[in-house]
Design a protein around this ligand. Structure first.
Ligand code: CP
Ligand code: NVA
Length: 308
């Protein structure tokens, strides 16, 4: 029977906290959970959720994943706990790790989540920061694997802001040695530190391509991916970014230039008719709702590995 693999690192703060083998092992386990060919119970395990930003998918999929594993979650709203009052992370992390078996944290700075991990004696999961969204990337690659069977010769083109989601796709692309193309307006390129980390581990460094031309980037692509132009925390730049991103929408014309078998992904929530048209979200090219479903299975698998 398939068993969860014991992950070498205690925490999942970045897509690079797991190896390629661990990454593929989590996807295998997720597929088995999804197909209901595997059931594993971790009775009484508790996941603490600390979300400094809004969430629908991540929060609910973690709650349901824990319930399916026989455990439970505690939703720590920063405004109604002492976190909002400014209790130091090093105190909160040490106290919560006495009650909880794992913490999933959504916040702004990557350094905050690293501080939690430093003081927590239990695993800490990155549920999104300004820099990475590694849980999302697990579900994304599960969706891609379901569609194409494996990652061989898959070309993923991300059109939009070089944000947390793009950064995680780049790091996973490097782990899998899969072609990642990012098409973004000038000045919105992905984080330079992330690019350098990815290039250090890419077997073939030419597989990471960053440019400012969506049309040329989608030619030959099997996966076209986008995300919002303004992420949480960037609300004040929305007007300016909406102008800067004109021409970077995923629409019928752009999709027609990709491979015939191309699918379209979006991590959601989406602004319909901004970064992606309503027509494409609802088209037979879209795997967006399968991708959202896969958040549940991928996180259930991740948790099972962290508890093993
Ligand atoms: N994709 C994603 O993380 O969605 P939520 O913000 O709803 O969790
Ligand atoms: N880039 C988006 C992702 C939301 C899931 C954000 O950070 O708001």
């Amino acid at each position: 029977m398939l068993k969860p693999i014991r992950l070498v690192n205690k925490n999942f703060l970045s897509s690079l906290d797991i190896s390629k083998e661990e990454f593929l092992g989590i996807l295998d386990l997720a597929k088995n959970f999804k197909n209901k060919t595997l059931e594993i119970q971790f009775k009484d395990k508790v996941l603490g959720l600390i979300f400094d930003k809004s969430s629908t998918r991540t929060r609910v999929s973690f709650q349901v994943a824990m319930s399916r594993l026989g455990g439970t979650t505690i939703d720590l709203n920063p405004n109604s706990s002492q976190i909002g009052r400014g209790e130091p992370v090093k105190d909160t992390a040490r106290v919560l790790s006495k009650y909880c078996d794992v913490l999933a944290i959504r916040t702004f700075k990557q350094s905050v989540i690293e501080e939690y991990a430093k003081w927590s004696t239990k695993p800490v999961i990155n549920a999104l920061t300004d820099i990475e969204h590694p849980c999302q990337a697990l579900a994304d690659f599960l969706t891609i694997k379901e569609e194409f069977g494996n990652f061989k010769n898959v070309v993923l083109t991300f059109v939009g802001d070089g944000n947390n989601v793009a950064n995680s796709l780049i790091l996973c692309g490097a782990l899998l040695n899969l072609e990642i193309r990012i098409a973004c307006p000038r000045g919105y390129e992905p984080n330079e530190n992330i690019i350098q980390k990815a290039l250090q581990i890419y077997e073939d460094k030419s597989l990471l391509k960053i440019n400012n031309n969506p049309e040329s980037c989608v030619i030959g692509a099997n996966v076209i991916y986008t995300d919002v132009w303004s992420s949480m925390g960037e609300e004040n730049h929305k007007e300016e970014k909406d102008k800067d991103f004109l021409g970077f929408s995923i629409n019928k014309n752009l999709v027609s230039k990709a491979n015939k078998d191309a699918i379209v992904l979006h991590c959601l929530p989406a602004y319909r008719d901004k970064e992606i048209t309503d027509e494409i979200i609802e088209s037979n090219k879209s795997r967006i709702f399968e991708q959202a479903e896969n958040r549940l299975h991928a996180q259930q698998a991740l948790l099972a590995c962290l508890f093993s």
